[in-house]
Every structure is written in C-alpha cells, then in structure tokens.
Ligand binder design. Structure first.
Ligand code: CMP
Length: 386
C-alpha cells in the first residue's frame, strides 16, 4: 500500500469498505480498551480475569501504537507542500496528535514495572480517559463545534459573568437570611455558594433547603434566574450552530458552483450571487430526478456524477457542468423526458422564481441556457421519451 493510499484510509471517509472496516475496528479498540480498564478497577477480580483484561489492554495499546506511527508516516500527504519531516513534526504538535501520544501513556508502567498497574490504578483511569478522547477522530463536525464556541465566546462569557454575579448575590443573601436559622446549610458562605450553584443549575439535590419564608422567596427567584440564564446560553449556542451550519453549506455550494465549467468564467460576485440561490443535493445512482409529464418548477446543474435523459432511440448522457430541466421552465410545458442518475450525483437546483431573477441580473447566463434548450428541442423532434 502506498503512503497516499494509507493516508486516504486513515483519514476516515475515503477508501470504501476498507475504511469502514478500519473505522469500526478503531471504535471497537477504544470500546475494548476503555471497557477493560474500567473492569480492571473492580476490586476482588480473579487473577485469570485480571491477566485477560491486561492482555486485552496490551492488544489495544499495540493497535494505538501502530496507529500513531501510521499517522506520523502518512502526515506528509496531508501537507503536500512541506518537506516530509517538517510535515510530520507539524502533525505531532497538533491537538489530535498530542491526544494520540497521550493514549500511549500505559507504555510507561509497562516498560518501568512490567505491568499496567505498576503506577497504581489512578494512572490506569487517566490512560482510559485519553483513550476515550480518541473518539474525536470519528466526529467530523468537531471543527464546527469549536468555531461555534469561538464565535460565541463574548456572548457566552457575558452570560457566565451574569451567572457568577447571580450566584454570589444569591449565596450572600441566603447566608444573611438563613445563616442563623439554618447553620448546617447556610452557616458559611462556601456552604451557601454550594446551595446557589445547585439551585441555579437546576440540579436541586434538595439536601439543603431554606427554612424561613424570606429564604424560600429568594430561593424561588434564584431558581427562575437559573432557568433563564441556561435558556439564554442554550439559545446563543443553538443560533451560533445554525449560522455555522449555513456557512458550511454556503461554502460547499460555492465550491460546487465554482467547479461547474458553465459558471467558471463568471466573476466572483456573480458566483457568490448564484451560490446564494442554488441548492445542492446528492442523489444515489438510479434515482429519477425529473419524470416525463411532471410539471417543472426547477432546473439542475450537474456538479458531480452523471445523469441519463431517457429518450428513444438513444438515451442522452449528461456529465459534470451540463444542465437539464431547463425546457419546462422556458416552454412552460410539462417535463419532456425522465432524467435519472447513472452514478451517485450531486446536483445544484435552481428554482423557477430564481431562474427569472437570474435572467434579470445575469442575462448572458440565461441566454446561453435558452440557446442550448432550443437546440435540444430541435434534436428531440427525432426522439421520443421512454
Ligand atoms: P425538461 O423537459 O424540463 O425535463 C427533461 C429534460 O431533459 C429537459 O428539460 C432537458 O433539460 C433534457 N433534455 C431533453 N432533450 C434533451 C437532449 N436531446 N439532450 C440533452 N438533454 C435533453
């Protein structure tokens, strides 16, 4: 296997069934490793079971060691311009590489003391924690989550500051009101702070409750404040996530639009305008995208894949950069033929309303579509739909 093939497989998502096998294998290794470590912390295990668990963890450690070396070896493929060893060092300092390296920490007690628990069981638990972080390799959207938190940091910090202020004010007030009547729960400020955190986060264990009427009134206000602050925090994060998802979708559509030869000659401002109105969707092989006789409300540009216009005597194949479905929009007649995908195909759909807007803004584009449509109508005089 070449370094490039190995790299594609390790990047999870490229490489077909082999990649799926590798991905499932990796998940299984994490599950076995964490499960065996957790089990090994149970007291009074038989010596056979302990040694079986240790063997399982040693096998998982071996897998993670091979994985680390393979990732380091293939790192230059991900940074093709840098010299190989520079790319490897850059990879080794990345966040996930540090996690992968920390996952090899059980080697230390194994090498130093000959067994996993040579450094004590707390060390084991710590290692298992790093093995679970390796799950991040399987979360493609982690970068979005990090960006959402980074974008919303000012709002989140403001809400957390308000949260801290309410918490301290609530604790001090309750200490003053309930300190003498209920010293076990509110006799000191730290005790009152613990109550404030539990109440504000709506955890409400009920182990410390106010006894006085004034204390209960303050507690009610604190509970309402807690729910409100958490709702605001959730709202900020959900809005940020929706914005990021829209931005990702816009960028994906932009890349697809820019790769369609039909749009390549357009200036960036026109590509941005078209990107805003086209909707990308991926169809599996053999899916009928439009059917003969159906009313036509949109046309499609092929960004990836291939489709077949089902006409007799010969079907017509359309490839990347071609478009279809324009005739129903131009002639305002039902679809003249069924168009189905030949391979998995990504299409950019343009609604009839947006087609008309586009005709006003970029007349040369719609004129080219209309000219191709008229030529197709001429060709179709000798053909019939299947
Ligand atoms: P519409 O009639 O809306 O739906 C079927 C589509 O097939 C049609 O628009 C054209 O885009 C496409 N089509 C019809 N005839 C041909 C042809 N001869 N060559 C390529 N595409 C065609």
């Amino acid at each position: 296997m070449t370094r490039r093939e190995a790299y594609l497989k390790l990047r999870w998502g490229v490489g077909g069934p082999a990649t799926l096998g590798l991905r499932l294998g990796h998940l299984a290794a994490i599950a076995v490793g964490v499960g065996a470590t957790a089990w090994a912390t149970t007291p009074d295990l038989s010596s056979e079971l302990t040694s079986t668990l240790n063997e399982m963890r040693a096998a998982v450690l071996a897998i993670f060691t091979v994985e680390y070396l393979a990732r380091a070896w293939t790192a230059p493929e991900g940074a093709e311009t840098a010299p190989p060893w520079t790319a490897r060092v850059v990879w080794m300092t990345s966040g996930m590489a540090v996690v992968d390296l920390l996952a090899l920490a059980p080697w230390l007690p194994l090498l130093a003391g000959g067994s996993f628990d040579a450094f004590g069981s707390s060390y084991d638990d710590l290692c298992a924690a790093f093995w679970i972080v390796k799950l991040a390799h399987h979360v493609p959207e982690q970068a979005i989550v990090v960006r959402v938190l980074a974008n919303a940091r000012v709002s989140v910090l403001s809400v957390l500051t308000i949260f801290a202020m309410i918490m301290v004010i609530a604790a001090v007030t309750m200490h003053l009101i309930e300190g003498t009547a209920n010293p076990a729960a509110f006799g000191t400020l730290p005790k009152a702070l613990w109550w404030a955190v539990v109440t504000l986060t709506t955890t409400g264990y009920g182990d410390e409750v106010p006894l006085t009427v004034a204390g209960r009134i303050v507690a009610s206000a604190v509970m309402v404040c807690g729910i409100s602050v958490l709702a605001i925090l959730a709202g900020i994060l959900v809005t940020g996530y929706a914005q990021e998802a829209r931005r990702e979708e816009f960028l994906r559509t932009w890349r697809l639009v820019a790769s369609v030869p039909f749009f390549k000659a357009l200036p960036p401002s026109a590509i941005a305008e078209i990107t805003g109105i086209l909707k990308a969707s991926t169809y599996p092989a053999g899916a009928a995208v439009v059917r003969v006789g159906d009313p036509g409300d949109k046309m499609f540009f092929i960004a990836e894949g291939e489709v077949e216009v089902r006409l007799k005597p010969e079907p017509v194949r359309l490839k990347i950069g071609d478009f279809f479905g324009e005739l129903a929009l131009i002639t305002q007649q039902p679809r003249g033929a069924t168009v189905a995908t030949v391979t998995s195909t990504t299409l950019l759909a343009l609604d009839v309303a947006d087609f008309l807007i586009l005709a006003g803004r970029l007349p040369e584009l719609t004129e080219a579509i209309e000219a191709a449509g008229k030529q197709r109508l001429e060709e179709d005089k000798d053909m019939t739909p299947v």
